[in-house]
Design a binder for this molecule. Structure first.
Ligand code: F3S
Length: 398
């Protein structure tokens, strides 16, 4: 891979140890994937924030990088606790202390402590064609597909390394030829709720595994639906980009030549639910909504469902969003409505990354196929699946 004089100097360690290590990661990736050169990026979104996944070694490694600074605006994926209200979640101060050390280490590197999987809802909005390095799979899908920005599905270390050097290898979804559709998906499915969109994504991801799906017959009206679809796609497949006819910005140029065709119907959607998810029932203890983090519109919908209802005494309702959206929800009086009904809005974290077992949670209901998959995998609690309304109905009374 061609390197400029400046990149060579960094690689030799002339700009410090941390930058050298970052350049080693970035160039190793470029060599593995056959990139011709490094290209500048405009932002980074870094996963690998939760103490449960990083552990003490991760904290030490992050703290060892303190002599350098990110070269581009960078934000974080969710952590495992609400950074301000962790006590209300029941988290121990010992655990919180470790998690806060991680956030502080990132902050020392110049990374903005916006811990959210929806940075595009809080002002981090790359333009069409802009090269970025994001790691959260649902955010990657949204940025590539809905915004037309260009990113591969990065791991936490490679996203941090790219943020430090301000560049990424030119391969994968940064190149036009890899953004073409590889399979045409005919959607003959009635999609009513965000859960339906996330299940469709989950089903398509599971069926095709990789590649670039092109959806025909999908007419989503709202960015929330596109967000839910992308989150599902990234869960069961290695998909990082999709196109939707007359919806996403690149659709008109990407269907070239013969591609495989698949049809999906209501029956397929029902079957994937029956096979993978347990429907919500009266034994649900905790309902957790917000995978990916809720938009203001979604919080408004939740507040509407909660109107004239009350969370039962021995049940809990947690809604997850970013700090910025929570502040707006407060200003719109949505927080009052949600809290009066017995729910709580947490930020900076999510159901799949929170230490649910040590908080005594035995089972949880979610409205997102991604949350169902990862919460079961990462927290080992029992998981139920439904839509926003029937999840909330299962733990509330009039
Ligand atoms: Fe976000 Fe957590 Fe879901 S990081 S996409 S809410 S699993």
């Amino acid at each position: 891979m061609y390197l400029t004089n400046e990149e060579e100097r960094i690689l030799k360690g002339e700009e410090g140890y941390a930058k050298q290590k970052a350049m080693e990661i970035v160039t190793a990736l470029g060599d593995i994937y056959g990139a011709d050169r490094l290209i500048p990026i405009s932002s980074a979104q870094i996963a690998g924030v939760s103490y449960t996944s990083l552990g003490d070694e991760g904290i030490e490694w992050l703290e060892s990088l303190r002599d350098c600074h990110v070269a581009v605006p960078a934000t974080l994926n969710p952590a495992s606790i609400d950074l301000e209200n962790w006590r209300d979640m029941g988290v121990s101060s010992e655990y919180a202390c470790k998690q806060l050390r991680i956030i502080n280490a990132y902050r020392q590197l110049g990374v903005k402590p916006i811990c959210s999987c929806t940075p595009y809802l809080v002002g981090v909005i790359p333009r069409f064609g802009e090269h970025i390095v994001w790691s959260e799979s649902s955010a990657v899908c949204y940025a590539n597909s809905v915004l037309g920005a260009r990113t591969n599905r990065e791991g936490g270390p490679s996203a941090l390394a790219s943020a430090i050097v301000g560049k990424t290898p030119n391969y994968g979804y940064h190149l036009d030829e890899n953004r073409k559709a590889t399979v045409l998906i005919n959607v003959n499915v009635k999609l009513e709720t965000l859960s339906d969109y996330s299940t469709l994504g989950y089903l398509v991801g599971e069926t095709i595994g990789s590649g670039v799906p092109y959806f025909r017959g999908l007419k989503p009206l709202r960015s929330e639906e596109l967000k839910a679809l992308g989150a599902g796609l990234g869960t069961t497949g290695s998909i990082a980009l999709y196109h939707a006819e007359e919806v996403t910005p690149e659709y008109a140029k990407v269907l070239t030549g013969q591609v495989e065709r698949l049809n999906f119907t209501d029956r397929d959607l029902r079957e994937v639910c029956d096979e993978h998810f347990k429907p919500v029932n009266g034994s649900v203890e905790l309902v957790a909504i917000g995978c990916p983090h809720m938009s203001l519109v979604e919080l408004e919908e939740a507040a509407k469902v909660l109107k004239n209802r009350r969370v039962r005494k021995d049940r809990k309702l947690w809604l997850f969003t970013s700090i910025a959206v929570k502040r707006l929800a407060e200003r719109c009086n949505l927080l009052d409505i949600i809290r009066r009904a017995g729910g709580e809005v947490y930020t900076d974290c999510c159901m799949a990354l929170a230490p649910l077992k040590s908080l005594g949670v035995k089972n949880i209901a979610v409205d997102s196929a991604k949350a169902a998959f990862y919460t079961r995998l990462l927290t080992r609690v029992d998981v139920f699946f439904g839509n926003l309304k029937n999840c909330i109905d299962s733990i509330t009374e009039v």
